[in-house]
Design a binder for this molecule. Structure first.
Ligand SMILES: *[C@@H]1O[C@H](CO)[C@@H](O)[C@H](O)[C@H]1NC(C)=O
Ligand SMILES: *[C@@H]1O[C@H](CO)[C@@H](O)[C@H](O)[C@H]1NC(C)=O
Ligand SMILES: *[C@@H]1O[C@H](CO)[C@@H](O)[C@H](O)[C@H]1NC(C)=O
Ligand SMILES: *[C@@H]1O[C@H](CO)[C@@H](O)[C@H](O)[C@H]1NC(C)=O
Length: 300
C-alpha cells in the first residue's frame, strides 16, 4: 500500500467511527441533571372539552419552563382521536415548552402501520429512539408495536425487540445508566398478574422484565393508566412511575408532572422523583368510570 492508500484508509475509518458516534450519541460523563415526565396530554379526552386539554398543556409548559429541566419525556397519547384540530392544537402549544420534550406514542396515536407512519409525519419524530445525557441512556420504546400481535406490525415488532436489546447492550458497554420510557404499564400490581387493558400481556411481559433485570434498569416511565403512582416488583429492583397527565385522571392525585433529580452516576440510588400538581388549573374533578372506545392493538 502506498502512503495515500493508508491515509485514505485512516480517513474512512475515522469517518465510520464518527458516523456511529453521531448515530448513537457520544458516550458522556456524569453531571447532575433534572428532567420531567409528562403524562398523557391526550387532547380531546378531557371531560371539559379539547380546548381545556389544550389549556392544561399550556399550563404544563409554563410550569416546566419555570424549572431548570434539561429535558422532559411525554409518555404517549398526545391526542385522543388524531383529529386534525387536536393535532393542530398540540402543534400550536408545543413550541411553548422551552426545554426539549421527547415525544412517545400511545395507543391513541398508533394502532396500525398507517398511523405508525402518520405519527412521524404529525410530530416529526420516530416512534422509538434513544439518547444519552450526562452518563445516562434514555431508551424510549413504542410499546404498541412492542406488545401488539397484529400481523401488520409483525416486522416492526420483531425489529423493535432486537433494537431494544442492542440499545441495552450498547449502554452497558459504554457504562451508561439506563432509564426506559414507554406508554403501557409492564404490570400494575404484581409481575404475574393476568392480562388487562392497561398492561403488557403475559405473552411478552416476562421477556421484557428479564431484559430490565438483566441490564440493571431501575427506572421505567409510563402513562396510559390515567393515575399517578409508583409500582414495584417483588424484589424492589426497579420503580415504574405512572403519571396521569393533563387530560383526565381516575384516582385522587389530580393533574400533575413528575420531577426527577439525578444526583449521582448510580441510578439505583441517585434518582429522586417528586410528583407536583399542575399549577393554575381551575378544577381538579376526578373522572368517574373507565375509558371506552379506545383503539385495540391486539389480534383476536
Ligand atoms: C377551561 O379553559 C379556559 C381557558 O381556555 C379557562 O378559562 C377555564 O377556567 C377552563 N375551565 C375549567 C373547568 O378548567
Ligand atoms: C415482513 O418481512 C418479510 C420479509 O421481508 C416479508 O416477506 C413480509 O411480507 C413482511 N410482513 C409484513 C406483515 O409486512
Ligand atoms: C427529593 O427531591 C425533593 C424535591 O426536590 C426534596 O425535597 C427531597 O429532599 C429529595 N430527596 C432526596 C432523598 O434527595
Ligand atoms: C393476541 O394477543 C392478545 C393479548 O395477548 C391475546 O389475547 C390474543 O389471543 C392474541 N391473538 C392471537 C391471534 O394471537
Amino acid at each position: 500500500m502506498n502512503r495515500l492508500a493508508i491515509l485514505l484508509a485512516f480517513v474512512a475509518y475515522f469517518q465510520a467511527v464518527l458516523a456511529v458516534s453521531e448515530k448513537r450519541g457520544v458516550p458522556n460523563s456524569f453531571e447532575p441533571f433534572r428532567f420531567c415526565q409528562l403524562g398523557d396530554i391526550q387532547i380531546g379526552f378531557g371531560l371539559d372539552g379539547w380546548q381545556n386539554d389544550t389549556y392544561r398543556m399550556h399550563l404544563a409548559a409554563q410550569q416546566v419552563n419555570a424549572q431548570n429541566f434539561d429535558f422532559c419525556i411525554a409518555v404517549g397519547d398526545l391526542t385522543n382521536d388524531r383529529f386534525s384540530y387536536e393535532i393542530q392544537a398540540f402543534q400550536d402549544t408545543f413550541p411553548e415548552f422551552e426545554p426539549k420534550i421527547h415525544l412517545l406514542p400511545g395507543n391513541h396515536d398508533i394502532s396500525s402501520v398507517a398511523t405508525l407512519k402518520q405519527f412521524s409525519v404529525d410530530y416529526k419524530v420516530s416512534d422509538h429512539g434513544a439518547f444519552s445525557h450526562n452518563g445516562y441512556r434514555f431508551i424510549m420504546l413504542d410499546s404498541i408495536t412492542l406488545i401488539s400481535n397484529l400481523t401488520e406490525f409483525e416486522n416492526y415488532t420483531r425489529e423493535e425487540w432486537v433494537w431494544f436489546e442492542t440499545e441495552l447492550k450498547y449502554a452497558t458497554a459504554v457504562k451508561e445508566q439506563i432509564i426506559v420510557a414507554h406508554h403501557h404499564l409492564p404490570f400494575e400490581f404484581t409481575e404475574d398478574e393476568p392480562d388487562s387493558y392497561w398492561t403488557f400481556p403475559n405473552r411478552v411481559r416476562g421477556r421484557y422484565l428479564d431484559l430490565i433485570k438483566e441490564y440493571n434498569v431501575h427506572h421505567i416511565l409510563v402513562g396510559h393508566r390515567h393515575e399517578t403512582k409508583n409500582i414495584y416488583p417483588t424484589d424492589n429492583s426497579f420503580t415504574i412511575y405512572v403519571v396521569a397527565g393533563t387530560a383526565r385522571f381516575f384516582d385522587d392525585n389530580g393533574f400533575g408532572i413528575n420531577y426527577f433529580d439525578v444526583s449521582t452516576p448510580n441510578s439505583a440510588t441517585g434518582v429522586n422523583q417528586t410528583y407536583v400538581h399542575l399549577q393554575g388549573v381551575t378544577h381538579m374533578k376526578r373522572s368517574l368510570g373507565l375509558p371506552n372506545g379506545c383503539p385495540d392493538i391486539f389480534a383476536h
